[in-house]
Design a protein around this ligand. Structure first.
Ligand code: PXP
Length: 396
C-alpha cells in the first residue's frame, strides 16, 4: 500500500494526519485497493477553490475533490507498482466549519470526507442518479460504522509480568511468594498472558519457575530474555508460547532502553532463525524509533514490543504528548510493515488507557504497577482493575 497524507494547512497537527492516515488505510483495505497508491491532501478553502475552478470551472470552495489518475494512452505506467489510483483533496477549513454546523467531532467529519473521496476514486458517483446517490450513501455509512466499531473486535489484552513476586521470594531465599501461584491468580482475574524475564544472573525468576509455568499457564507464556547462548538453549528446550528479546545489563535495576537492532542485525536474525525453527514467535523490545522498527521487520521478527518507559516517565503533559506521538507513529509504522505490535514498561493505572487505545497495539505487558497495587488491594482486584483499563482502549 502506498498512502500519502499531506498537509497544506498550518493548523493541522501530526496527530490529525496520523488519524486520517489510519482511517484511510482501513478504507483502502476494506475496498480492496490496498495495492494502489493514493495521495490525500488536506488544504485550505483558498486552494480547493482554485482547484475547483481550474478543473471543474466552478468558482467556489468545496469540501472534497477526487482526481482519479488518468493513464496516458501510450504509457508504461501500467508497469508501475503500486498502481496510482488518484488524489483526494480535502478542505480542512470546510471540515472544521461542517463539524461545527453538524455538531460532529472534527475527526468524524474528516473520516467522512476521506470515505467520500475514496468512493469517487473507485467509481461511485452520487451525482449520476438518485439510485447511485443511495448506493454511495449506504456504502459510506457501512464503511464508517465498520471503522468506528472495529476496536470492539480487536480488543487489546493485558499480559502480567510476575517477576516482582519472585523478587520478594528471592529477598528471603525461601519458597514464597510463588510466581506460579501469582500467575494462576492473574489468569483467573482476566489476564490474557503471563510474562517472566529469565535473567542471566537469575535475580528473580528461576529456571524451575519457567518450567512449571510452561506446564500451568493456560493463556500464553511470554519469556523475556537476552540473546545469550545459555538462555537461548533454555528457551528452545522449554518452548514458551513466544519470546521477547530484551537488552540485558548486569547492573540495571530493570530493563532500561530498547534493543539496538540496527547495530546487531546478524546476531538478532540468527536468534530469530533458531526460534522460528522451533515455532516460537519472537518479539523485539525496542524504543519507538522508526529505524529500529524497520530493522525489526528486516530481521524477521513477528512482534515488536514498543518501550513505553519514556512516556511513563515524562514529567509534564507536553513531554508526555510528544512521547505518546512517538509510540503511536511507531506502532502504526510497525503495523504497516507487517509486524504485530505490543507495548510495555512503566505503565500504570493512570497512563495506560491512552496507550491501549492506539489501534495496532494488541497487548500490554505490565508488572510493577499491578504487583505494587496488589499489596493493598489483593492481586486479583489489581489485575481486574488493570484489565478494565486496557480493555477500555477499545472504546476510546
Ligand atoms: N516489557 C518489558 C520488555 C520489560 O522488561 C518489563 C519490565 O520487566 C515490562 C514490560 C514491564 O514493566 P513494568 O514492570 O514497569 O510494568
Amino acid at each position: 500500500m502506498a498512502l500519502y497524507v499531506i498537509s497544506h494547512h498550518h493548523q493541522i497537527s501530526k496527530h490529525i494526519i496520523n488519524k486520517c492516515r489510519r482511517a484511510a488505510r482501513y478504507f483502502m483495505e476494506r475496498c480492496d485497493i490496498d495495492t494502489h497508491q493514493v495521495n490525500i491532501v488536506l488544504t485550505t478553502d483558498e486552494e480547493i477553490r482554485d482547484l475547483n475552478f481550474r478543473f471543474r470551472k466552478i468558482d467556489a470552495a468545496t469540501n472534497v475533490l477526487s482526481f482519479p489518475f488518468e493513464e496516458p494512452d501510450d504509457s508504461a505506467v501500467h508497469l508501475l507498482s503500486p498502481k496510482e489510483l488518484g488524489d483526494i483533496v480535502i478542505s480542512f477549513d470546510r471540515a472544521v466549519q461542517e463539524s461545527q454546523t453538524y455538531n460532529q467531532p472534527l475527526q468524524q467529519r474528516l473520516n467522512w470526507l476521506i470515505v467520500h473521496g475514496f468512493l469517487h476514486l473507485i467509481g461511485y458517483d452520487h451525482e449520476r442518479s438518485e439510485k447511485d446517490a443511495e448506493i454511495m450513501l449506504k456504502k459510506e455509512h457501512d464503511l464508517l460504522n465498520e471503522y468506528k466499531n472495529q476496536r470492539r473486535v480487536l480488543m487489546p489484552h493485558l499480559a502480567v509480568n510476575v517477576d516482582h513476586v519472585a523478587t520478594i521470594r528471592e529477598a528471603r531465599g525461601i519458597i514464597e511468594p510463588d510466581p506460579v501461584t501469582a500467575a494462576a491468580v492473574c489468569e483467573l482475574a482476566g489476564a490474557q498472558g503471563i510474562v517472566v524475564h529469565l535473567r542471566e544472573d537469575r535475580r528473580h525468576i528461576q529456571d524451575r519457575d519457567v518450567r512449571i509455568l510452561r506446564e500451568t499457564v493456560k493463556t500464553k507464556l511470554n519469556l523475556e530474555m537476552g540473546a545469550a547462548q545459555e538462555i537461548i538453549e533454555f528457551a528452545l528446550d522449554v518452548k514458551p508460547d513466544m519470546v521477547t528479546l530484551v537488552p540485558e545489563k548486569r547492573k540495571e535495576l530493570t530493563t532500561e532502553g530498547g534493543l539496538n537492532i540496527v547495530s546487531q542485525k546478524k546476531k538478532i536474525a540468527r536468534t530469530i532463525g533458531k526460534m522460528t525453527k522451533a515455532n516460537i514467535p519472537v518479539s523485539l523490545f525496542i524504543d519507538p524509533d522508526l529505524k529500529q522498527i524497520k530493522a525489526a521487520a528486516d530481521v524477521g521478527a513477528t512482534f515488536v514490543e514498543i518501550h513505553t518507559g519514556a512516556y511513563a516517565d515524562a514529567t509534564n503533559e507536553s513531554l508526555q504528548f510528544d512521547e505518546f506521538e512517538l509510540i503511536r507513529t511507531a506502532a502504526e509504522e510497525a503495523h504497516l510493515l507487517g509486524l504485530r505490535v505490543n507495548a510495555g514498561h512503566g505503565l500504570g493505572y493512570t497512563n495506560t488507557a491512552a496507550i491501549a487505545a492506539i489501534d495496532p497495539i494488541e497487548e500490554l505487558s505490565i508488572g510493577h504497577a499491578i504487583i505494587s497495587r496488589s499489596v493493598f488491594s489483593g492481586l486479583e482486584q489489581a489485575v481486574r482493575d488493570m484489565c478494565e483499563i486496557v480493555e477500555s482502549g477499545s472504546f476510546y
